[in-house]
Design a protein around this ligand. Sequence first.
Ligand code: NAP
Length: 370
Amino acid sequence: MGSDSTPFVLRWGILGAGHISSVFIKDLLLDPKTRDVLDVAHKVVAIGSRDATKAREYADRTVPGDKDVKAYGSYEELVNDEAVDAVYIGTPHTHHYNCAALALRAKKHVLCEKPFTSNAAELRSLIAIAKENNVFLMEAMWTRFLPIAEDIKNVITEGSLGDIKVLHADLAGDFNLDAIPDTHRILDPKLGGGALLDLGPYPLVWAILALYEHKRNENTPPALISGTMLKTPRTGVDSSTVFTLNFDKIEAQAILSCSITIPSPNPALTIRFRSGNIVVPAPIYRPSTYTIQYFSKPGSGDIIREEKRNFKFEGGGWHFQADEVARCIRDGKLESGVWSLDKSLLQMDIFDEVRSQAGYAFPHGVEQVV
Ligand SMILES: NC(=O)c1ccc[n+]([C@@H]2O[C@H](COP(=O)([O-])OP(=O)(O)OC[C@H]3O[C@@H](n4cnc5c(N)ncnc54)[C@H](OP(=O)(O)O)[C@@H]3O)[C@@H](O)[C@H]2O)c1
């Protein structure tokens, strides 16, 4: 199965009829040939919501013209549908653990939205459950699968910019907090609200790609993590967070930030080397272009040449991660080699540490594993 002439088709069940699930479905429905993918394809076979009427309406709206799509009024029914191979989890952060565990125990492969879980202990538990049930598990860290990300990684690896020294990355946006209620997932601590868990994965994915994955770093976690938060008096969640990571083995640092009160600076990602820079415009979750700047000599800062690279594709960009999931499942892999579980665990360990240093604890009972 899965040769060029007959693509391997992954059958998806969508858990949670919310915003990002609809965005993901749209990309799943796009013909993979539009991105030159011939070996895998996707089919949405079922939607699961806590409300059956909502599920039906959502299925009709997001998968128009396919009356065979099942609509379930509970997540349990969705994960037990035999036609579902893989479950995509699109619920709020603090519900990821229970939803993913439910699907894994039903022996479904799982792609779970970012941040993977509320804390690292929950993720360690999910990894154990996936292993027990012999199923695939991955965080939906879609940015890591964009062609531009692989291209930037290749430039870093190829080495013409010299030693990597500092990475600055920011993802921020004005969420118009005055117009949203305290119960909105971005403000509610019971739903893991705040900038760090919602936007922090994006500056961090670039730090992981450039520094943690750096060939000389040999996947060594940062020796030092430090973070501070500004919290909104409304609900106590972080409205702005700054965190830094020291990668001692390669003598390089990441300076990362996120905010829900202001837009990102532009450029929003700069990777600084001895002999040049990689400069990426905002928003860093899906950049479509970047520039390589070369210095006249190492350490000079005098830019003598710039090379701009552009990346265009059809769709929103969420389909590249789906292709990875399909290929891994087709090939019998239990985790992705690109966005492997150690990277998600590193993310969650960093978030735990930053929240601990800044005094952001979730309300009692939110964390399912501590
Ligand atoms: N990858 C990306 O680009 C991206 C972008 C945005 C968000 N996300 C992530 O996706 C997740 C969902 O975000 P979203 O913006 O899609 O949220 P959303 O629009 O509020 O949808 C979340 C859905 O989760 C379900 N849900 C289950 N328990 C819930 C509860 N207690 N309160 C509210 N909803 C509950 C609801 O579906 P039912 O009513 O159908 O059960 C709801 O529609 C978050 O973890 C976020 O970080 C990722």
